[in-house]
Write a protein that binds this ligand. Structure first.
Ligand SMILES: CC(=O)SCCNC(=O)CCNC(=O)[C@H](O)C(C)(C)COP(=O)(O)OP(=O)(O)OC[C@H]1O[C@@H](n2cnc3c(N)ncnc32)[C@H](O)[C@@H]1OP(=O)(O)O
Ligand SMILES: CC(=O)C(=O)O
Length: 581
């Protein structure tokens, strides 16, 4: 249960705690392209509960069957600390709340807290609801009193608060007064259209805070609910807190209707780390980045790598000058310690790199390299030359590790591709067409020469399949590898069909993912480079490179013995099948 903490005086100079109210499951789900199953909603609710968010808005019971069922399921396995709230509107004009069918599923959801939204803007009352200003006040009063009579606690969301206050402040305040007198414990001021700017939010929340003081204790507290249509949702919420709001409503990753809601992954650290308002326990704040990624996985939207605090690139350093300084003192280019929000520093290699980038990268691959080793400078020069040719290693760290190991004489050789031949066939026109490719490859594993052929619906798929077929008996681990992504980019499009192509291939073994690349004027050639490096890197992880970056350590001797044994067995099997023995 959430305490009304600000009713206890806050010690002098200490910032009051801020109640975080998450609406990912309701307003977040109003984002175009985002759809949640009940399972998804339950998983997100549990994750938010683990993050330590005190209020989670679960949905609108009665608006759809899924939201009804969600609340039922939560009753069976309740959350550990968060209060789940049911969302709904005031009763319809001309009705009586106690007889309003749409309020019954909200009560049936069985939550202690109900978040009720009502109209603050006279325009919405007369045009949207098509009723009178007095009837809107009665709708707010009646609905809150009815829910209170059923033992529920009320968070009142004043929809279009800022637009309403600007248009007709007296009427807007009358709507809030109706909510206060009927027993709402929180008044959340909503910038529903997202058009208000921080200085306006600050001034209006200050005015409401002053106005509220006329009511006897215990008086409701103020909350803020902002949308990002002007790109200022987080700044607006911060301005409201500075003006006296003690609840902030927002969503994980800023999901929400139109341009989204205030992003809690930015707002929580800003309030807690920068402004000193306690929001969630520091140990839970350390799970913020993981929570953000988890939820983007569940909602099936690619995470924003450049999101403040939690993005993959939020603490990524690319410029050589930055890396060199960060190595000496992280504060030089980092506004906070990434660990505070559960993120980590990354060093990116590219043509913007200096020696420091290369050395840090080598260390992360478990390779011994120092500034005075001539190989370090050679590697940097080679990196810049390849980047100039069109390679882009920042997106393909596995290829960079292979390049680095090659330069240090530590790159394992699992196979040598002697050559390949690809035949593509296309028949028919329009919808009535078919295409098929056949790849034939010759590959050496040690002293053995293998010839393999495979078909595919495209040349790269055929080549990949043929290669796997040839290698599988020698390296059974390949059976677990698959291509998880394939991206093609034309680098110098001005050159027309003679343009260079960069291919990025993401491979996976089910547990890890790694990216390799190839560059060539021939798309097949570029794909072949990326695909073979992908297999090579995967094998390097599986077969015991001592310090492989993402593979973990395996005893090299044991692994080499195991590898030799696998090869011998596979070879014997192949010979038998071909009738040599
Ligand atoms: C600012 C916000 O984000 S508020 C939340 C918005 N979220 C959603 O709308 C998602 C869930 N909504 C729904 O599933 C449906 O819209 C429902 C079930 C709520 C209503 O569906 P319907 O009955 O078919 O109505 P419809 O969606 O066409 O129109 C909304 C109705 O709510 C009324 N309404 C809007 N705000 C309020 C309010 N604060 N109090 C009372 N009624 C309201 C509108 O006047 C309209 O009434 P009418 O049908 O008598 O004209
Ligand atoms: C209540 C709500 O979601 C809004 O006014 O934006």
């Amino acid at each position: 249960m959430v305490e009304q903490r600000d009713r206890h005086p806050t010690p002098e100079g200490q910032r009051p705690p801020i109640h975080i109210y998450d609406t990912t499951l309701r307003d977040g789900a109003q984002r175009e392209g985002l759809a949640l199953s009940i399972e998804d909603k339950l998983r997100i609710a549990r994750r938010l509960d683990a993050l330590g968010v005190p209020f989670i808005e679960g949905g609108w019971p009665g608006a759809n069957p899924k939201d009804v069922q969600f609340f039922w399921q939560l009753k069976e396995t309740p959350l550990t600390q968060a209060s789940i709230t049911a969302f709904c509107s005031t009763r319809r004009p001309g009705k009586v709340a106690a007889e309003e069918p749409m309020l019954q599923p909200v009560l049936a959801a069985g939550t202690e807290w109900i978040t009720l939204f009502g109209k603050s803007w006279d325009l919405h009352v007369t045009t949207g609801l098509q009723t009178t200003l007095a009837e809107n006040l009665a709708m707010i009063d009646d609905t809150i009193r009815y829910f209170r009579s059923q033992g529920r606690r009320i968070i009142y969301d004043a929809e279009h608060w800022f637009d309403g206050y600007k248009a007709n402040p007296d009427y807007a305040l009358e709507t809030l007064e109706a909510a206060v007198n009927a027993g709402a414990e929180w008044l959340a001021l909503c910038d529903t259209n997202g058009g208000t700017l921080p200085h306006e939010v600050g001034a209006i929340v200050t005015a409401v805070h002053t106005w509220l003081q006329q009511f006897p204790e215990p008086r409701p507290q103020l909350g803020i609910h902002t949308h990002n249509d002007s790109g200022t949702a987080v700044a607006n919420a911060m301005a409201a807190v500075e003006a006296g709001a003690t609840m902030v409503q927002g969503t994980i990753n800023g999901y929400g209707e139109r341009c989204g809601n205030a992003n809690l992954c930015t707002l929580i650290p800003n309030l807690q780390i920068k402004l000193g308002y306690p929001c969630i326990a520091p140990a839970r704040l350390e799970t913020l980045a993981e929570t953000s990624r988890f939820i983007s996985e569940v909602v099936n939207l690619a995470p924003d790598d450049h999101a403040p605090y939690v993005g993959r690139s939020a603490f990524a350093h690319k410029g050589g000058i930055h890396v060199s300084a960060v190595e000496r003192e992280p504060k030089t280019y980092e506004h906070i310690d990434p660990a505070t929000v559960g993120n980590s520093r990354r060093i990116v290699v590219s043509d913007q790199a200096g020696l420091s980038n290369v050395l840090v990268k080598a260390r992360s691959f478990g390779l011994e390299l120092d500034r005075h080793n001539p190989a370090s400078r050679q590697l940097l020069t080679r990196l810049k030359a390849l980047e100039h040719e069109g390679y882009q290693f920042e997106a393909a760290e596995a290829s960079f590790e292979l390049l680095m190991r090659e330069a240090l004489g530590d790159r394992p050789r699992f196979f040598d591709l002697k050559g390949f031949y690809i035949n593509c066939q296309h028949q028919g026109n329009g919808d009535d067409h078919s295409s098929q490719s056949l790849a034939t490859i010759k590959v050496m594993v040690g002293e053995e020469e293998i010839l393999a052929a495979a078909e595919g619906n495209g040349p790269v798929a055929a080549l990949d399949t043929a290669l796997r077929k040839a290698l599988l008996t020698f390296y059974p681990a390949i059976a677990n590898f698959h291509l998880s992504d394939y991206k093609v980019r034309i680098i110098d499009s001005g050159a027309g069909t003679a343009a260079k192509t960069r291919v990025l291939v993401e491979s996976s073994n089910g547990a890890q993912r790694w990216t390799t690349l190839g560059v060539s004027t021939n798309i097949i050639e570029a794909s072949y480079q990326a695909v073979t490096e992908g297999l090579e890197y995967g094998l390097m992880m599986e077969t015991a490179r001592p310090h492989c970056a993402i593979g973990g350590e395996i005893d090299r001797f044991d692994a080499d013995m195991a590898l030799q044994k696998t090869r011998e067995t596979a070879l014997a099997k192949l010979k038998q099948e071909l009738g040599f023995e």
